[in-house]
Design a protein around this ligand. Structure first.
Ligand code: 5AD
Ligand code: SF4
Length: 451
């Protein structure tokens, strides 16, 4: 979501004459787009601001003018004016719902230090200019597309409902218009995103409320679009429509990121996840029945308050029983203002570290097993860029694995069949499997600027 927001901030600033630079040293304007999900992410902002303060002072001394420094994103939303007090170099603090106002806020910040953490009534997306086709193309053939923001679930560990606000879904017609514009410029793959993306319930062009499953059907029909993904989901919102979309839509990639957080019913209840470990297993079974080649990934939190060795064993058992292709796992980080931060029985840091290491060993073993099983198989690969060596190209398998292969002939945006010959720690290596794609033919990129 922050990667998408950062691009949209660049889009909103482009008509003001700003272009992107590769280093902060060259910039007239520096925007830190921040994350508040765990303490480590939030603290990193202040250490970065410390460095920027030194740079700002040096440039003021050397050039007589200083870059404007903006803090955007969820730390901005959560801490507001506190950032101005702690970080004297900051000129403007802007929350994730107000960045469409950046030009006006920057004008104001010339006169005084500004904080804007409102949740405005107007739709931010209506005020964001569309990027040029060249810009879209330069960003690559795989694009994020925000369809939903915010969350009403209130898991007891999580700041998102406070920083991103109540759940809202963009109307389907607006999403489809953005999708068509991106596809016409050469985008081949959409990852539709939202903090709780499968809770999507947007207004459809027919006046009815559309589910994510319904929306994915329409996105699959957008000319040029070959691949669809969505993230991040909640188990409670895996409805029948969405599971059926995994069966019916070839374009929907057989890879599902479905955070479970814990394998213990007691901890899931404390987290207010509102599902049990068995509910999760049943959802996985139904999704696998709909799409047998689907691979799974998940998020885990270790050391939630009250987590015992037995609870942790339940999580390890769930991992062993399910077999995840990939996963993200974190130590529980108490966040100000969330119910879990106030709970007694906080787990000591050394216990958290030991459990996290054990969990990560188990997850890494499964990930490597999944990657090794790719050797000898032929995957459709969406070509995203040139590889590291001459004549080499790089792209992604349906399972989001990075794939490198030798072939100077194919173009970025093509989908080609690649036989996997080897696995490295973070990539697969392979060779073109003749002229035919795994699904029959090489699929050429389409779209105005795609060739
Ligand atoms: N501590 C640790 N991890 C957290 N996450 C969310 N809040 C916290 C927290 N307070 C993790 C969850 C979520 C992912 C985006 O971040 O696993 O799915
Ligand atoms: Fe946070 Fe996700 Fe729970 Fe919403 S569903 S509160 S975003 S963890």
């Amino acid at each position: 979501m922050n990667a998408y927001d950062a691009e949209r901030m660049a889009d909103v600033l482009a008509p003001e004459g700003f272009i992107e630079t590769n280093s902060a040293e060259d910039a007239d304007l520096i925007v830190l787009n921040t994350c508040h999900i765990r303490e480590k992410a939030a603290e990193k902002v202040y250490s970065e601001l410390g460095r920027l303060r030194v740079m700002k002072d040096e440039r003021t001394a050397a050039e007589g003018r200083a870059p404007t420094i903006v803090v955007a994103g969820c730390v901005a939303q959560a801490e507001g004016g506190e950032i101005l007090r702690r970080a004297p170099a900051v000129d403007l603090v802007v929350g994730p719902q107000s960045y469409h106002n950046l030009p006006a806020l920057l004008a104001k910040a010339k006169r005084e230090r500004v904080v804007d953490t409102e949740f405005p009534v107007e739709d931010k997306f209506d005020h964001l200019p569309a990027p040029s086709p060249q810009k879209i193309r330069a960003r690559g053939v795989s694009a994020f597309l925000t369809i939903q923001e915010g969350c009403d679930k209130f898991c007891t560990f999580c700041v998102v409902p406070y920083t991103r606000g109540a759940e809202i879904s963009r109307p389907a017609a607006k999403i489809l218009a953005e999708a068509e514009r991106l596809a016409a410029a050469g985008v081949r793959e959409f990852t539709v995103i939202g903090q709780n993306v499968n809770a999507y319930h947007g207004e459809g062009p027919d006046g009815r409320t559309w589910s994510l499953g319904r929306l994915l059907h329409r996105l699959a029909d957008v000319p040029g679009i070959a691949r669809l993904r969505y993230t991040t989901s909640h188990p409670r919102d895996m409805d029948d429509d969405l599971i059926a979309a995994h069966r019916d839509l070839q374009a929907l990639m057989p890879y599902l990121h479905l955070p479970v957080q814990s394998g213990s019913d007691r901890i899931l209840a404390g987290m207010n996840r509102r599902h049990t470990r068995d509910d999760y297993r049943r959802i996985i079974d139904r999704t696998r029945a709909a799409r047998p080649d689907i691979a799974l990934s998940s998020d885990f939190i270790i050391g939630f308050p009250g987590e015992t060795d037995a609870d942790f064993e339940d999580t390890l058992r769930l991992v062993r029983e399910t077999g995840f292709a990939s996963a993200f796992s974190f130590k529980y980080s108490p966040r100000p203002g969330t119910p879990a931060a106030e709970m007694a029985e906080q787990v000591p840091e050394d216990v958290k570290s030991a459990r996290l290491a054990a969990l990560q060993d188990a997850l890494e073993e499964d990930r490597q097993k999944f990657n090794r099983a790719a050797v000898g198989r032929t995957f459709d690969v969406l070509v995203e860029r040139k590889g590291r060596h001459a004549g080499q190209m790089a792209g992604k398998s349906p399972y989001l694995q990075a794939v490198q292969f030798d072939d100077g002939e194919v173009a970025i945006g093509d989908i080609v069949a690649v036989e996997i010959t080897e696995t490295g720690p973070n990539s697969l290596f392979g060779r073109r499997a003749g002229q035919a794609g795994a699904s029959g033919t090489t699929v050429r990129a389409v779209g105005a600027n795609a060739a």
